[in-house]
Design a protein around this ligand. Structure first.
Ligand code: NAP
Length: 552
């Protein structure tokens, strides 16, 4: 559902509406068969706006795509070539020669449309030069509007009052405007509704505002390709959907024109789906940082009595430990809500009931949690490479050799000392620790990449669930193993901090442990089969059992 309660749905493939053709301002010559929309020069007089609308003077018209006068009525361009005339179905007017007006004009020209850009003053040299680069034709506002049935209003809301409103009646007006801040209030109307109020006999469609001028000029490849549209006029909406597709974007119908209030807010959104996951991960990080601070600073210093020693590790070693543990916790938190959902479905014996809101919210933020976790895990890998040495994690390496030696302090003083010559070769635990970390990170990258919409779109549902579920669990087990082999000697029956607090490698595993314990019963064939049956539509207390034949 849209924010306004408007159904969000993909606009269905469109058939060319007859009404659109018949209401085009430039009248096509009726005897022409449909496949001869591009007319040859001898019909120029019958379709050119200047001739079909005698009251419109073409004096303002500066130049066409090739710099020649497109009004030439003898049907030949200045260079003597035969001119291809405009198909009214593919003729667009754009009001406003600003960044957006020019960008969308260029895009339509590239898509094979004839575009008339209407300016308040088309005789400015600078504007002429800028518009020339788009391949569109620069005219006065009235001329442009007279030339096309579809008019893109690429001027700010504040200037709507100054548009040639009389000429805009009966047209399809595409309102592309955005706001600089969210506006609300009892009497608030969107820009598109305001425009509809000014041109009441026109058919206003909200659209294209989610694309920036930059995106239009650069192919719109970055970000979403969806264009949200809204209008009170179904035929106009269909026509605009065709135009959206013609430019290589996907129209998404948000319903009536009132939905323009939400559509105009879309460019002002600031990561709405990320706020909660970021807050959750940050909360986990802060909690674990405080825990680590007690373990590694307060406690160690209490035990050693040396209060100068551990503070220097706050910036990197502590941080690195904490982001590693946060990453494992977050990864486990990606899987725990799915497990809770499975138990609820088993308990209720149906999948046709709503989960509690907290669980619903949690399920919806798994993708963001996963990507944040990938960021933390990558950061952890980078920092670890910087300081993992036989000196810092001696227990992961083959034993070093201790030697007795005389150390010369100064000319008069020598000292007998025991020095350790560290062995830089990893022992078997160290090797498994490293390998498990690398496997886990590699799988997490695969998970992260496959959750990007452009990649997800290339995967079948089976491939997607295999990666996100099966490989995800392997990643969690690999990450847990990485942690277990790091803390091997201390994992079990060991308490740090005066035998009161668990140590980092231990509490890193708590959520993962809970997830694995919850998962094991669900893997038992009878439970798994029953859950799959429920997910195919079976209801324990209902009539809705889906037979295998139905599913087939
Ligand atoms: P802009 O560069 O300021 O251009 C606006 C144009 O409006 C002017 O060049 C002017 O063209 C025309 N205009 C008509 N009546 C006017 C008046 N009374 N006073 C001033 N100008 C008047 O703005 P823009 O960036 O192209 O944006 C145009 C519309 O597109 C806005 O509603 C904006 O919200 C929307 N939009 C822009 C972007 C973007 O990336 N720029 C993205 C999405 C939506 P003439 O002087 O030739 O008449």
């Amino acid at each position: 559902m849209g924010k306004n309660g408007a159904e969000v749905m993909q606009v269905l493939p469109l058939t060319r509406p007859n009404s659109t053709t018949s209401s085009i301002a430039i009248n096509p010559p009726s005897p022409q068969p449909p496949d001869s929309r591009i007319w040859s020069t001898h019909t120029a007089h019958s379709i050119h706006p200047a001739h079909s609308h005698p009251h419109i003077q073409m004096d303002n018209l500066s130049f066409g795509a090739d710099g020649s006068d497109p009004t030439a009525s003898n049907g030949s361009a200045a260079n003597g070539k035969r001119k291809v005339l405009h198909n009214p179905e593919k003729t667009i007017a754009v009001l406003g020669t600003g960044d957006y007006g020019r960008a969308i004009s260029r895009r339509f020209v590239n898509a094979g449309f004839t575009v008339f850009i209407g300016s308040r003053d088309p005789n400015r040299a600078k504007i002429k030069q800028l518009v020339r680069q788009t391949g569109a034709t620069l005219t006065g506002q009235e001329v442009a509007v007279g030339a096309a049935h579809v008019v893109i209003v690429a001027v700010g809301r504040d200037h709507y009052d100054y548009l040639p409103l009389q000429n805009l009646q009966e047209k399809i007006l595409i309102d592309v405007s955005n706001n600089t801040e969210k506006r609300r209030g009892p009497h608030y109307r969107s820009n598109a509704e305001y425009l509809q109020g000014l041109a009441q006999d026109a058919k206003v469609v909200k659209g294209f505002n989610v694309l920036s001028a930059y995106a239009l000029e650069n192919g719109g490849l970055q970000g979403s390709k969806e264009v949200f549209i809204a209008s009170d006029h179904a035929d106009a909406k269909q026509k605009v959907s065709e135009l959206v597709r013609a430019l290589g974007f996907h129209p998404v119908d948000w319903g009536a024109l009132q939905a323009a209030r939400d559509i105009e807010d879309v460019p002002l959104r600031f990561m709405p789906s990320w706020k909660r996951p970021v807050a959750v991960v940050f909360g986990i990080f802060v909690f674990l940082w405080i825990l680590a601070f007690f373990s590694f600073q307060i406690c160690r210093n209490l035990q050693s009595g040396d209060w100068k020693d551990q503070w220097k590790h706050l910036a990197m070693q502590n941080f690195n430990r904490v982001i590693a543990i946060t990453a494992i916790w977050t990864l486990a938190f990606c899987y725990i809500p799915g497990l809770i959902a499975a138990y609820i479905q088993l308990w209720r014996g149906t999948k046709y009931s709503r989960f509690p809101k907290w669980l619903d919210d949690w399920l919806k933020m798994r993708k963001q949690l996963g990507l944040l976790m990938l960021g933390l895990a990558s950061m952890h890998a980078c920092i670890s490479v910087a300081y993992l040495t036989p000196q810092t994690t001696e227990w992961l390496y083959e034993s070093g050799t201790e030697i007795q030696t005389q150390v010369v302090i100064d000319v008069n003083t020598t000292k007998q000392e025991t020095l350790t010559i560290y062995n830089s070769e990893l022992n078997w635990r160290g090797e498994i620790f490293m390998t498990m970390g690398a496997i886990s990170l590699c799988l997490l990258v695969v998970l992260g990449v496959s959750s990007l919409p452009s990649v997800t779109a290339t995967l079948s549902w089976r491939e997607f669930t295999f990666i996100q579920s099966k490989l995800g669990w392997v990643a969690l087990v690999a990450a847990a193993s990485h942690d277990i082999f790091l803390g091997w000697h201390y994992m079990f029956l060991y308490w740090g901090c005066f035998r009161t607090l668990p140590i980092g490698p231990q509490y890193a595993l708590y959520p993962a442990f809970i997830a694995v314990i919850m998962k094991i019963p669900l893997l038992l064939p009878p439970v798994d089969n029953y859950l799959q049956k429920i997910r195919r539509g079976y209801e324990r207390n209902g009539q809705n059992e889906v037979s295998k034949a139905d599913i087939a």
